[in-house]
Design a protein around this ligand. Structure first.
Ligand code: ACO
Length: 262
């Protein structure tokens, strides 16, 4: 079922819900799915209104590219009609500017929620904001023509759409530094070797592979999946003793719920 909402089409997004699977399609293929503030606002809105039954969220791009990143019109003095430009944002005070970026980040942050598993299905280019959107997802399945690039530093900016932490967590500081500061393109096979992708498949098999993964994820009990994601996601920030305590807490709740059911 396609969910229609004011602004989704203008934001270049399509949003469909099929039972427990939601699919967000970046849908401006003629502009390689370039993203604007409207895209990020719409993403945040999808996260805020996500139907309760949804357990897997797939993000994909229409056409040959996942996303060519921020709409380059944002760099022009005129900007994007109705949304201003980076130059007009620069005129905001510190607090207002901080809030503007935080609003954009909202579009990316919810994809980490424990109740869902988010999957980026990446074909072709994922540049800048496109790469960061893929990094915001829990899992990345790449077509063999995927090309990842953190272009922001080459344009005088920093990556600020929640991508720096997952990048460092996945590939380590030296490699993250090298990828960002050279703004080079990382191909699918290298991305897989670096841990940036769970799987690389021939382009024609991307959709089916993601559908199979979603089905496999849905076969696991929701409560167990949510608790396990919460546990794993928190592990890096805890000591072993703290993690053991977290395991005990989650397991106590699981066992109680299982036995209350039977
Ligand atoms: N913003 C706005 N329009 C874009 C963008 C973009 N980021 N990327 C592509 N387009 C438009 C092109 O201008 C072109 O429009 P036109 O047909 O009206 O001329 C159309 O999309 C197709 O682009 P091509 O370059 O012809 O497509 P191709 O498949 O050959 O190349 C590629 C794709 C590699 C993505 C190239 O378009 C590109 O390098 N785009 C810019 C990438 C970029 O620098 N993004 C900013 C990253 S930084 C950040 O996101 C914060």
């Amino acid at each position: 079922m396609t969910v229609e909402a004011d602004g989704f089409a203008e934001a270049g997004l399509r949003f469909e819900v099929d039972g427990k699977i939601a699919t967000i399609t970046l849908d401006r293929p003629e502009k390689r799915n370039a993203q604007t503030f409207a895209t990020w606002t719409a993403l945040a809105r999808i996260g805020a209104d996500l139907p309760e039954q949804v357990r897997v969220v797939v993000i994909r791009g229409e056409g040959p590219s996942f996303s060519a990143g921020i709409d380059l019109r944002m760099f022009s003095p005129e900007g994007v009609p109705g949304q201003g430009s980076l130059a007009s944002q620069a005129g905001l005070g510190d607090e207002a500017f901080d809030r503007r970026i935080a609003q954009a980040q909202e579009g990316f942050l919810w994809l980490r929620r424990p109740e869902i598993v988010s999957v980026a299905a990446v074909r072709g280019h994922a540049i800048g904001a496109g790469f960061q959107l893929a990094l915001a997802c829990d899992l990345r399945i790449l077509a063999d023509d995927a090309k990842l690039c953190m272009k922001e530093p080459a344009l005088g900016l920093v990556p600020d759409l929640t991508g720096t932490k997952p990048l460092v967590d996945l590939v380590g500081l030296p490699r993250a530094l090298e990828i960002c500061l050279t703004a080079r393109t990382v191909g699918a096979d290298e991305a897989h070797a670096l841990g940036l992708a769970e799987l690389v498949v021939p382009s024609g098999e991307l959709e089916q592979t993601v559908a199979d993964l979603a089905a496999a994820l849905l076969a696991t009990d929701r409560g167990a999946a949510t608790a396990t994601k919460r546990l794993l996601a928190g592990a890096a920030g805890r000591t072993l003793a703290e993690q053991c305590a977290a395991e005990r807490r989650e397991q106590t709740a699981r066992v109680r719920e299982l036995f209350a059911r039977s």
